[in-house]
Design a protein around this ligand. Structure first.
Ligand code: GDP
Length: 332
């Protein structure tokens, strides 16, 4: 399943269309005055049809996968979106109907009436478009934001990589992916999300990192980031939580542990991994290990960069993904 917004053709903003049409008018000619005015209205019709096609193709909100529904909630109020979809559909349908009627009227009227009729039609349609522009533009903005999540397939079994900034999340994604990870982004975050894939015994597994989302304590996250965390919860899979055992760690061990506890609240299978084992600080390392031992968690020690411990980790991850009855592991 692709991002349902991925193929959506997004039209320009409403006022841009009106302004463009105004500029285009003198440039549209014809063999007769009547022919010219009909051409002008036809061009307007084609531009407005783009809004109609856009709302018709807009994914049905009730049918969105929970991951994409949550992502939509990040960007907009769902009820407002429904209203705006309906406003856009009505405005474009009425405008198209008006333009058709006026084109017919031009055909039937004397030649010297053609320009007046065209201007009347142009005015009526532009006024409808202008009145609905706030809503039309809102739907456009929502679609643009949601398109950015390209490449994240909520149905694929997924390994989500969480952990503090700079711990090595994207390094790990690239090290265990079969090909170079793609770049996506979550709505309203500027950080790049890496989306990699592993092909294993005929199965495709998706692996993504979580910059700016699961990398700071809850209290420091803004509303959008909290909602993005919710979206992640709806992905089908397990979470790797990476601890940084090096002296260059951005978060203290205590803060890393706090973050780990929060990620655990997502109620997903969570695999603790201690990274940067090649540069581990003995004191940090001991604190992390003590904590994980007390938790009774089984953990892995790796160096994502140097490739240490990755085979063992991969083996465990893949067998977990395959055996977890909840996911419909999809065939290639
Ligand atoms: P992210 O912010 O969690 O995605 O972290 P990155 O993958 O961008 O890595 C941050 C920095 O840590 C980069 O300079 C990496 O080269 C480095 N790094 C990642 N993994 C390791 C590791 O296992 N050992 C060491 N020494 N450095 C690492």
């Amino acid at each position: 399943m692709l991002n349902p917004f991925e193929k959506l053709q997004i039209p320009p903003k409403a006022n841009y269309t009106i302004d463009t049409m105004l500029k285009r008018l003198p440039k549209i000619g014809g063999t007769t005055v009547r022919d010219r005015e009909i051409r002008r209205l036809k061009e307007y019709y084609e531009r407005i049809k783009k809004y109609h096609d856009f709302v018709v193709q807009f994914p049905r909100i009730d049918e969105l996968h929970p991951f994409y529904l949550e992502a939509t909630r990040i960007v907009t109020d769902i009820d407002k979106l429904r209203i705006c979809l309906s406003v856009t559909k009505k405005a474009s349908a009425i405008s198209m109907k008006i333009l058709k009627e006026y084109i017919n009227q031009i055909r039937k009227s004397p030649e010297n009436e053609a320009n007046r009729i065209m201007r009347q039609a142009f005015g009526r349609v532009s006024s409808i478009l202008r009145k609905s522009s706030e809503c039309i533009d809102k739907v456009i903005d929502v679609a643009k934001e949601l398109k950015k999540i390209q490449g994240i397939d909520p149905i694929l079994p997924t390994i989500v990589v969480a952990g503090p900034p700079n711990v090595g999340k994207s390094t790990l994604v690239s090290k265990i992916s079969t090909a170079k990870p793609e770049i996506a982004s979550y709505p309203f975050t500027t950080k790049e999300v890496h989306v990699g894939h592993v092909i294993l015994d005929d199965f495709r597994i998706q692996i993504i990192d979580t910059p700016g989302i699961l990398d700071r304590p809850e209290i420091e996250r803004n509303n959008i980031e909290r909602k993005a965390t919710n979206a992640i919860r709806n992905l089908n899979g397990i979470i790797i939580f990476m601890f940084d055992s090096s002296i260059s760690s951005v978060l203290s061990v205590e803060s890393q542990i706090e973050l780990f506890r929060e990620v655990k609240l997502l109620k997903k299978v969570i695999i603790p991994v201690i990274n940067k084992i090649d540069e581990k600080d003995d004191e940090y390392y001991k604190k992390i290990v003590d904590f994980l031992s007390k938790e009774g968690s089984k953990w892995y020690e790796i160096s994502a960069e140097k490739g240490i411990g990755l085979d063992k980790l991969k083996e465990e991850l893949f067998s977990l993904i395959k055996s977890s009855g909840t996911n419909e592991v999809s065939r290639n």
